[in-house]
Write a protein that binds this ligand. Structure first.
Ligand SMILES: *Cc1c(COP(=O)(O)O)cnc(C)c1O
Length: 425
């Protein structure tokens, strides 16, 4: 597969798969097996010593999961990827891959609600401090960096502000300080709209539950290792100093430039257990086969819906990076390809009551707290996805009582606009 540099649309249906030589089936088989046989005592010992690659147990590796991982690494232009049980576990395992008690990471205020709560509560309870900058600008992030900072964490098209961080100065600042950049690229749709690693970021993370799966049928996550960062033992002992978890091996030596992914797998997945089911990886692979087609349709539909809402007299404002009036339009034009994303927010006139009434009147658009489905989904973030935030935190994240978030699906756009127009009356 690697002789010609295949384009995205080809990689999304083929990368990572070798046709099974026994069955010769075209689909990736579901290897629904918990454990794997060892050829002999030495073979088993070598696997456990990490001196030979191979399957031991599905909590660590699985052949179906591996095809999905290789495909995601190809689509995100990384050197390796690790599939996880959910997007939450992908974020969690990425942070704890490099941070211990007393360490910190610096992030922007524009985060997915679940990530915000993990950062503000769970990681804090574990002794990992998350420092929230006033904005996603490089200078605001830099102000919070100190000697114990291990990463800058950003969300691409952060939920729900849909900010596009200016990656170039942020990556320059982080690397100047010897710190890596982690990007939750869920809204970058499997790398089709945006590839953080191409812009110098070090790790791309996804909730595969969203556009990668694409049909609302399975939870999953993935961590893609860019393979360029120099993990030093002083700054990153978990990757570059002897690990007590594996009788003193140094992950950077065992896994080379894929040390970040390697440790997520043999330490994170092995010890925490947030591994995906092979069946779910099969569904992710099915989703990936059409991801560029769905992305194009979702983005085209979202832009048309955003333009309709912007013109409507009952709508106070629309937030979509594809609209020329968006504060992020210029950065979106610089960094995004193939569209401006599948999700928008809008504020209706008449406050909370008007927002609630609108949701109640929709017939086609489903009232659901998720995104990235083939079906259009709407939710009221202040009372649901971002309800764990205080009113001040909600305001900082751009969550208002009259705000609605719409994840635009692949339906006929005239039907979507009809549904909104009727409900807005
Ligand atoms: C949904 C989501 C997550 C969490 O992923 P799950 O698969 O639901 O665990 C993390 N980040 C972003 C941006 C998301 O949209």
């Amino acid at each position: 597969m690697e002789k010609r540099n295949y384009r995205y649309e080809t990689l999304q249906v083929r990368a990572g798969q070798e046709i099974d030589p026994v069955s010769k089936g075209t689909a990736v088989p579901i290897y629904q097996s918990t454990a794997y046989t060892f050829d002999d005592i030495q073979y088993g010992a070598d696997l456990f010593r990490l001196t030979r690659p191979g399957n031991i147990y599905t909590r660590i590796t699985n052949t179906t999961n591996e095809v999905f991982e290789k495909r995601m690494a190809a689509l995100e232009n990384g050197v390796a990827a690790v599939a996880t049980a959910s997007g939450q576990s992908a974020v969690f395992l990425s942070i704890t891959n490099i941070c211990g008690p007393g360490d910190n990471i610096v992030t922007s205020p524009f985060l997915y609600g679940g990530t915000f709560t993990m950062f503000a509560i769970t990681l804090k309870d574990m002794g990992i401090e998350v420092r929230f900058a006033d904005s996603d600008h490089a200078d605001d992030l830099e102000k919070l960096v100190d000697g114990r900072t291990k990463a800058i964490f950003l969300e691409n098209l952060g939920n729900p502000a849909f900010n596009v961080p200016d990656y170039e100065p942020i990556v320059e600042m982080a690397h100047r300080k010897g710190i890596c950049v982690l990007v939750d690229n869920t809204f970058g749709i499997a790398g089709y709209l945006f590839r953080p690693i191409d812009w110098g970021a070090d790790v791309a993370i996804h909730s595969a539950t969203k556009w990668i799966c694409g049909h609302g049928t399975a939870l999953g996550g993935v961590v893609v290792d860019g393979g360029h960062f120099d993990w030093t033992p002083e700054k990153y002992p978990l990757l570059a100093a002897p690990s007590p978890s594996y009788h003193g091996v140094i992950y950077r030596e065992v896994f080379g430039n894929a040390a970040f992914a390697g440790r997520v797998r043999v330490d994170g997945l092995r010890n925490i257990g947030a591994a995906p089911s092979p069946f779910n990886s099969f569904l992710m692979l099915q989703g990936l086969e059409t991801v560029s087609l769905r992305a194009e349709r979702c983005c085209a539909n979202a832009l048309a819906v955003a333009e309709f809402l912007e013109r409507h007299h009952s709508v106070e404002s629309v937030n979509y990076a594809g609209l020329p009036g968006s504060p992020y339009h210029k950065l979106a034009c610089k960094y995004l390809k193939n569209g401006f994303g599948g999700v928008l927010t809008f504020r209706v006139k008449g406050g909370f009551d008007a927002a609630a009434a609108l949701v109640g009147k929709l017939e086609l658009i489903l009232h659901v707290g998720s995104v990235g489905d083939a079906k259009s989904l709407i939710v009221h973030p202040a009372s649901t996805t971002h309800s764990q935030l205080s009113p001040e935190e909600q305001a900082a994240a751009g969550v208002y009582p009259n705000l609605l978030r719409l994840s635009v699906g692949i339906e006929n756009v005239d039907d979507l606009i009809y549904d909104l127009e009727t409900a807005l009356k």
